[in-house]
Design a protein around this ligand. Structure first.
Ligand code: FAD
Length: 400
């Protein structure tokens, strides 16, 4: 008798967790993890932090050791899955192999959104999603060179901090009126703006990039205002797009991500999906959300593994995130969408630790905690359990 085979497409945070969780849930059949990055699944968050700053090696970033996969009898294939034939249960791979599956999981993640401006394809213009991307950036990131970062989101700001550590001159160009505009309150944006300026980063908000020019390499970034910013290298961090083409081509429902239910099932209940490629209707927020975070990829993968094993787990955890810049550890509990009030504990115009609590109709929705791990832990609990809060107590909150 041949045992059933589970195939997971995409070997990163979600894919790696899914393989481990399948064994934990009692899956005794074959497990094949197909990934196109030619590396053992590795942690992506350090790419813009310790790895870019040269403080860690790729081996140190491995999510699990090669021995783990051997011991758990998990086969890793280095290939791109090109098509899915749902009627026969087969995948075609870039290597020419056709692979049969009994259970299928899509963990295809996301890719950087490309800059559409003329000159964006010049040598010396980089994106930052993979270890291979960082290796290219590191070759160019020599102390004293001028780096221009397009995008003042988390990736852009983390990259700015790492490049300052390496001794580069750094300019961040943000099209919006403030950095982190999409994700934080003005007070938090102003805090990060201040810190980066104090660390020597030239932050330019309201800066619309019109064209990149150069010869054999990029040499300058020209803004809509006509101003020219000299550049030895340019790093683009303007968001990501989910890798959904494979799912769409096989007829699965896609809506800014592969649509999944509470059990991580796609519109074909025999196929699950998890991680950055998946969009999930979160009852608490009353809408479909595609989260881009390691904790969420991990949780969805655990639920997907349980579903494959015929068990009933639900995606329910509170979203949370983190970002490291210089000596600052930002931890975010919950999603702040729809907040109508912020309460601050600490002084973001002066300190290097504070918490910004986001409230809606007096209920705590989310908290951005900077160097305040205790506030983060207690906020997670209060938000998850929807406990009542006292504004005065919030203002006095402290990690001490
Ligand atoms: P991904 O990590 O995108 O992996 C998907 C994998 O699937 C890729 O290897 C891709 O090549 C592969 N793939 C796609 N299609 C195919 C195919 N057809 N065949 C074979 N393989 C395929 N999150 C946090 O929570 N905290 C942080 O501090 C943080 N920092 C980050 C810093 C950087 C620089 C980046 C890039 C991301 C950061 N994130 C952070 C986000 C986090 O890394 C992602 O949420 C996480 O990687 C999602 O995991 P995933 O497995 O869903 O997808």
């Amino acid at each position: 008798m041949t045992l059933p085979r589970a195939v997971i497409v995409g070997a990163s945070h979600a894919g790696a967790q899914l393989t481990a969780s399948l064994r934990q849930e009692g899956w005794t059949g074959g497990i094949v993890l197909v990934g196109e990055e030619s590396a053992l699944p590795y942690q992506r968050p350090p790419l813009s932090k310790a790895y870019l700053a040269g403080k860690s090696t790729l081996d140190e970033l491995a999510i699990r050791s090669s021995e783990f996969y051997i011991k758990q009898d998990i086969q890793i294939l280095d290939a791109t899955v090109e098509t899915i034939d749902r009627s026969s249960g087969h995948l075609s791979l870039s290597t020419g192999v056709t692979l049969a599956y009994d259970k299928l999981a899509l963990c295809t993640g996301a890719r950087p959104r490309l800059l559409g401006t003329p000159g964006a394809d010049l040598p010396g213009v980089y994106y930052l999603r993979t270890a291979a991307d960082v290796e290219l950036i590191r070759e160019a990131a020599i102390a004293g060179r001028r780096a221009v970062i397009i995008g003042g989101g988390y990736i852009g700001l983390e990259t700015a901090a790492s490049l300052r550590t390496l001794g580069l001159e750094v300019t961040v160009l943000e099209a919006a009126e403030r950095v982190l505009e999409r994700v934080t309150a003005p007070e938090v944006s102003a805090f990060f703006d201040r810190i980066h300026r104090e660390e020597g980063v030239n932050i330019r908000t309201g800066a619309l990039v019109e064209v990149l020019t150069g010869d054999s390499r990029v040499r300058e970034v020209i803004l809509a205002s006509g101003e020219s910013i000299p550049a030895d290298l340019v790093i683009v961090g303007i968001g990501v797009e989910p890798n959904t083409e494979l799912a769409a081509a096989t007829g699965l429902v896609v809506d800014d991500g592969v649509v999944i239910d509470d059990h991580a099932r796609t519109s074909d209940p025999t196929i699950v999906a998890a991680g950055d490629c998946a969009s999930h209707n979160m009852a608490r927020y009353g809408r479909r959300i595609r989260l881009e975070s390691v904790p969420s990829a991990g949780e969805q993968a655990k639920v997907a593994a349980a579903t494959i094993c015929g068990k009933s787990k639900k995606i329910a955890a509170l979203p949370w995130f983190w970002s490291d810049q210089y000596d600052l550890k930002l931890q975010i509990a919950g999603l702040n969408t729809g907040y109508d009030e912020v309460v601050l504990s600490g002084d973001p115009t002066r300190d290097r630790d504070f918490t910004c609590f986001y409230l809606r109709a007096g209920e705590l929705l989310a908290a951005d905690c900077i160097n305040r791990p205790r506030d983060f832990m207690s906020s997670k609990r209060v938000i998850a359990q929807q406990l009542p809060i006292d504004r005065a107590e919030l203002m006095l909150a402290n990690s001490a």
